[in-house]
Design a protein around this ligand. Structure first.
Ligand code: IPE
Ligand code: IPE
Ligand code: MG
Length: 264
């Protein structure tokens, strides 16, 4: 706790990423290393979700998106899928009051209708319960595929076009972003050391800073998020510009701030 607080104070408040997305990987290996069934890894992983969410809120992150279940994860053994859904049921019932207390608005992305009916009901209940919270949006990606989200966005745009609501010229990156729904990702974290994106938020990660740690998800807690944050704050994001252009922009911004302060 004290370590986390000290670490928090070392962060630059002006360079907090707006949207952090996490591929929570390595639960199975965590359990396997201990000779436990895979589900034990998922259970410990749920504790990491809690710790990371609480810390993200304290840091001042506005959007936290967690990859909880991919469309391809449906190919896993049935027992594991059922156990994951049980954990999700438990999580939704147990955490809704904490979310509300911490002003966390609950959200989901993915093909939610694929999930068991009672879970869909619980999701809608927690969404409604936290709908007026405005501290941070916590999004769980469930039955999610980044490719499918892009295809869905295309279909929505096609319909708008066919209905005469937009012209061809109005089809641009901004419209696509609106249809996809979540803002651009600033920091993408993946645990367990795998160097891949596994069909996560493909549209939104165009200019995300990527942070990969060998830590397995059940071992990744709030203090590890702060470490990732510190690494993010050291990075220079260029968005296609040269280093010189970035330096000039920073200098101009600094001068403008000084001028504003000088004004009576
Ligand atoms: C991530 O951990 C959780 C889900 C995909 C649901 P894994 O279950 O993929 O763990 P590993 O990669 O097998 O260790
Ligand atoms: C990605 O992890 C999905 C989630 C974290 C929910 P996977 O373990 O399914 O990804 P791959 O198979 O290693 O690419
Ligand atoms: Mg995995």
């Amino acid at each position: 706790m004290a370590e986390r607080r000290n670490l928090l104070e070392t962060l630059d408040k002006k360079k907090i990423p707006y949207h952090v997305a996490i591929i929570m990987d390595g639960n199975g290996r965590w359990a396997q290393k201990r000779g436990l069934p895979r589900i034990e890894g998922h259970k410990q992983g749920a504790k990491s979700v809690d710790s990371v969410t609480t810390t993200a809120r304290k840091i001042g992150i506005k959007y936290l998106t967690l990859y909880a279940f991919s469309k391809d994860n449906w190919k896993r053994p049935k027992d594991e899928i059922l156990a994951l859904f049980d954990l999700l049921r438990h999580y939704l019932s147990k955490k809704k009051d904490k979310m509300k207390k911490n002003q966390i608005k609950f959200n989901v992305v993915g093909d939610i209708e694929d999930l068991p009916q009672d879970i869909v009901g619980k999701i809608n209940e927690v969404k409604a319960y936290t709908s007026d919270c405005n501290g941070m949006v916590l999004t769980l990606a469930l039955s999610y595929s980044g490719k499918s989200e892009i295809v869905k966005a295309c279909k929505k745009i096609l319909k708008m076009y066919k209905d005469g609501k937009i012209t061809e010229e109005e089809i641009d990156n901004n419209l696509f972003s609106d249809m996809i729904g979540l803002p651009d990702v600033d920091l993408l974290i993946r645990t367990s050391g795998e160097m891949r994106v596994s069909d996560f938020l493909l549209w939104n990660i165009a200019y995300a800073e990527v942070y990969i740690t060998k830590k397995l998800w059940p071992d990744f807690r709030g203090k590890d998020l702060i470490k990732a944050m510190k690494e993010f704050q050291k990075r220079e994001r260029r968005f296609g510009l040269t280093q010189e252009q970035i330096m000039t922009m920073k200098q101009d911004m600094k001068e403008n701030t000084e001028k504003t302060i000088d004004c009576p």
